[in-house]
Ligand binder design. Structure first.
Ligand SMILES: NC(=O)c1ccc[n+]([C@@H]2O[C@H](COP(=O)([O-])OP(=O)(O)OC[C@H]3O[C@@H](n4cnc5c(N)ncnc54)[C@H](O)[C@@H]3O)[C@@H](O)[C@H]2O)c1
Length: 318
C-alpha cells in the first residue's frame, strides 16, 4: 500500500519539526523551510525521522521552478501543515513591514495551488487575533489594535490567511495557538518561556518587561501534537477553527518568573524593566490572553501542567 504524504511548511522550526518527528511513521514527510528561524538542521531531523524530503525554499519568493515543484508535490499530498511564518514579538518588532509583505506574497502564490488540488490544510494561526481578551472563544469578535502599533500586523497576517482559506474553499482546519512551548522552542525571538528559563539558568536573572501583570496560558508541545493527531485522522472538524491551549496553565508573567525560580530551586534575581526599554514604540504588550477550550475538549484535554513544562524545558539548559 502506498503511504500517504504530508507536506510541512516551516518544518525545520519548533512546531513543524515536532510534527515531522511525531508523524514520520505514518506519513511520507516533505519539508519546506527557508532556514530563517529554524531550530533544527535537515541532517539532525533525518537522524531522528529517517528519510524525509526537504526543499530549501522561501514561500514568499517562489521561483517558477519552485511553483512547478509545488504543483507536482501537491498532486499526491494528503495533508499540508502550513506552519511557516515570521514568528516572535522580537522578530516582528525588528522588521514589521517585511513580515507583512512576506505573508501577503505567501498567500498570493500558495493558496491558489492549495485550492487547485483541494489539499487538506492545517493552518497555524495565533491567539494574537483575539487581542486583549480573556476566555477567548472561536466564534467571538476579534480585537485588532491600531496600525500605529505595527505589532498588530502579525495578527492581521494570520486573519488574512484565515479569510483566504475560507474564500478559496480550501479544506482546512485553523488552529489558533496559545503559547505552545517546549524544549526545542528558541529563546531568541522573545518567546517568554524558553527565554526566562535560559536566562535563569545561564545568567542568574529573569527580566520581566512591564509590570508583570500580563497573563498567558502555556501549552506543552505534546498536547498540540496529540490534538493534531486526532484532527489529521478525522474530518469531523473540517473547515473549522479550534483554539489550542491549556486553560489550566494561566499565569501572570510575574507569577511565571517566581514559579520558574521555585520549580528549579534557583537563587536568582527577578527584575522589571519597561516594555519599551526592550521593544520599539511600534510594539506594545498584550495584557490578557487565555483560551476557552470547550471545543478542543470535545476530543482532547491538555494534560501537561506548568511545573512539568518548566522542568522539561530546563533540561535543555543543563
Ligand atoms: N509557538 C507558538 O506558541 C505559536 C503561537 C501562535 C502561532 N504560531 C504559529 O505557528 C507556526 C510555527 O511557529 P514556531 O513556533 O514553530 O516558529 P519557528 O520560527 O520555530 O518556525 C517557523 C519556521 O518557518 C520557517 N519560515 C519562515 N518564513 C518562511 C518562508 N517564507 N518560507 C519558508 N519557510 C519559512 C522558519 O525558518 C522556521 O523554521 C508559525 O506560523 C507561528 O506563527 C506559533
Amino acid at each position: 500500500m502506498t503511504r500517504q504524504k504530508m507536506l510541512v511548511s516551516g518544518g525545520l522550526g519548533f512546531l513543524g519539526s515536532e510534527i515531522a518527528k511525531n508523524f514520520f511513521q505514518e506519513f511520507d514527510i516533505t519539508i519546506i523551510d527557508n532556514l530563517s528561524t529554524n531550530v533544527v538542521s535537515v541532517d539532525d531531523l533525518q537522524a531522528i525521522c529517517g528519510e524525509i524530503s526537504y526543499r530549501n525554499m522561501d514561500l514568499g519568493k517562489m521561483s517558477n521552478e519552485d511553483i512547478d515543484w509545488l504543483n507536482t508535490e501537491l498532486k499526491d499530498t494528503t495533508i499540508f501543515c502550513h506552519f511557516a511564518a515570521a514568528v516572535g514579538v522580537k522578530k516582528i518588532d525588528q522588521s514589521p513591514r517585511e513580515a507583512i509583505i512576506n505573508e501577503n506574497r505567501i498567500n498570493h502564490d500558495l493558496l491558489p495551488l492549495l485550492a487547485k488540488y483541494k489539499t487538506k490544510t492545517i493552518f497555524a494561526s495565533s491567539s494574537e487575533v483575539y487581542g486583549n481578551q480573556e476566555n477567548c472563544r472561536e466564534d467571538q469578535g476579534l480585537q485588532i489594535g491600531s496600525p500605529d502599533i505595527l505589532r498588530w500586523g502579525y495578527a492581521c497576517n494570520k486573519l488574512m490567511t484565515e479569510f483566504l482559506l475560507k474564500s478559496y474553499q480550501i479544506p482546512h482546519i485553523i488552529l489558533r495557538l496559545f503559547n505552545v512551548t517546549g524544549p526545542e522552542q528558541s529563546p531568541k525571538y522573545g518567546m517568554v518561556m524558553p527565554k526566562m528559563i535560559r536566562d535563569a539558568k545561564k545568567t542568574g536573572k529573569i527580566t520581566i518587561y512591564g509590570d508583570g501583570s500580563q497573563t498567558r496560558s502555556f501549552c506543552h508541545i505534546s498536547d498540540l501534537i496529540n490534538s493534531l493527531r486526532y484532527l489529521i485522522e478525522r474530518d469531523s472538524f473540517l473547515n473549522q477553527t479550534i483554539n489550542i491551549g491549556n486553560d489550566k496553565n494561566r499565569v501572570t508573567i510575574e507569577e511565571l518568573a517566581h514559579l520558574i525560580k521555585d520549580t528549579l530551586a534557583l537563587n536568582i534575581k527577578i527584575e522589571k524593566i519597561a516594555f519599551n526599554d526592550e521593544y520599539s514604540s511600534h510594539s506594545k504588550d498584550i495584557l490578557k490572553r487565555s483560551p476557552n477550550i470547550e471545543k478542543l475538549k470535545q476530543f482532547y484535554r491538555p494534560k501537561i501542567a506548568l511545573r512539568t513544562i518548566i522542568e522539561d524545558i530546563a533540561k535543555k539548559y543543563e
